[in-house]
Design a protein around this ligand. Structure first.
Ligand SMILES: [Zn+2]
Length: 342
């Protein structure tokens, strides 16, 4: 299998224009790809090819001042660029059949997916992707930054920055050089393990960013059948709640359930805002062992005591109170869930 180190530059529009375009398209489009840069490596990480193309944007056609300053890509260049469908067609042919993408940071692939979606192009070929920033973080001990820049990693490995940055091909090349310093095989293996995450089921509800319908509020979203009446993914029987919905922190919730046949399960919900201000939820249903259950009950107790206190205070102040007992909020982030992605 080959690796393809990929870097994209994208154009942006000013906020109002960007929102108007996204509303018209009814999905997320935070930027439009204007340059694709890629370096091909064989399975031993020898560099065997490179690719760069300029793309003509369809919706954000005026180069953003900031993007021009950063990338050196000007209006004339994008005006003479290749339309995305043609650019992607050629790029895919260059990529070949058996490959995995390497990127620096988690942004490039979702950006390309969004771009493909608005052009009604297939995005499934992007799915074998590894974020080198994550592999770098896992393999280095100097955890000074959670999202170290490519420059930081280059400096760490003593790679000379001898080409201008923020050119898609140069950045793809630098990413390839960093990849050669990492234990890619080990990184990829641990990546696959954590990607599985042991969930019995997972998914997204209300994703307006990808053309679905978002929910007007977190409350409405939590009333969706997936959360109000979840079923066991193994036998499809309705799950029985084993406790209240725990408001873990900020937009994260959890609730313990039981399937008579398959035992206890923890439903984790993470609420996220869509581009159009509506809400979506990422969720995962995980098998819950005794430790998980104890953890959940401890957090719920802490949250409930906070809610009770909160209510008492409110009563004291003689304000009209909404019923908050069903959603217990903890007082601080010390009652926190293990980090999930995104
Ligand atoms: Zn079951």
């Amino acid at each position: 299998m080959n690796y393809i180190s990929l870097d994209l530059e994208w154009n942006q529009a000013y906020a109002q224009k960007a929102l108007a375009v996204q509303k018209r398209l009814a999905c997320r489009l935070r930027g439009e790809v204007i340059q694709i840069g890629a370096v091909k490596l064989d399975s031993d990480l020898n560099i065997i090819g490179s690719y760069r193309t300029t793309v003509r944007p369809k919706y954000f056609r005026t180069i953003h001042r900031h993007v021009m300053r950063l990338t050196g890509i000007d209006q004339n260049m994008i005006d003479h660029g290749t339309p995305l469908p043609d650019a992607i067609d050629r790029f895919r042919r260059w990529c070949g059949e058996d490959f995995a993408f390497l990127t620096w940071g988690p942004d490039d692939i979702p950006m390309l997916e969004d771009n493909l979606r608005v052009h009604r192009l297939d995005g499934a070929w992007l799915h074998r992707t590894y974020d080198l920033q994550r592999i770098y973080n896992a393999q280095q001990t100097d955890h000074t930054k959670s999202q170290p820049s490519l420059e930081h990693a280059m400096e760490h490995f003593g790679i000379e920055q001898n080409l201008p940055a923020h050119d898609a091909l140069n950045d793809a090349y630098f990413t390839a050089l960093v990849a050669r310093k990492l234990d890619i095989a080990a990184g990829v293996a641990s990546y696959e393990e954590s990607r599985q995450d042991g969930a019995l089921a997972s998914g997204v509800v209300g994703d307006a960013d990808t053309g679905g319908k978002g929910f007007p509020s977190p409350e409405e979203l939590l009333k969706a059948p997936a959360f109000a009446a979840p079923v066991c993914p193994l036998c499809e029987n309705l799950l029985t709640p084993e406790g209240d919905l725990l408001h873990a922190r900020r937009q994260r919730y959890a609730r313990l359930y039981r399937c008579n046949e398959h035992g206890k399960m923890l439903l984790r919900i993470h609420l996220v805002r869509n581009f159009d201000e509506t809400w979506r939820a990422k969720y995962a249903l995980l098998p819950a062992d005794a430790d998980t259950e104890a953890d959940y009950r401890r957090r719920l107790a802490a949250a409930e005591s906070f809610a009770t206190l909160h209510k008492r205070r409110k009563r004291h102040s003689l304000r009209k109170t909404a019923d908050t007992t069903h959603l217990a909020s903890p007082p601080d982030a010390s009652v926190s869930f293990p980090q999930e992605d995104g």
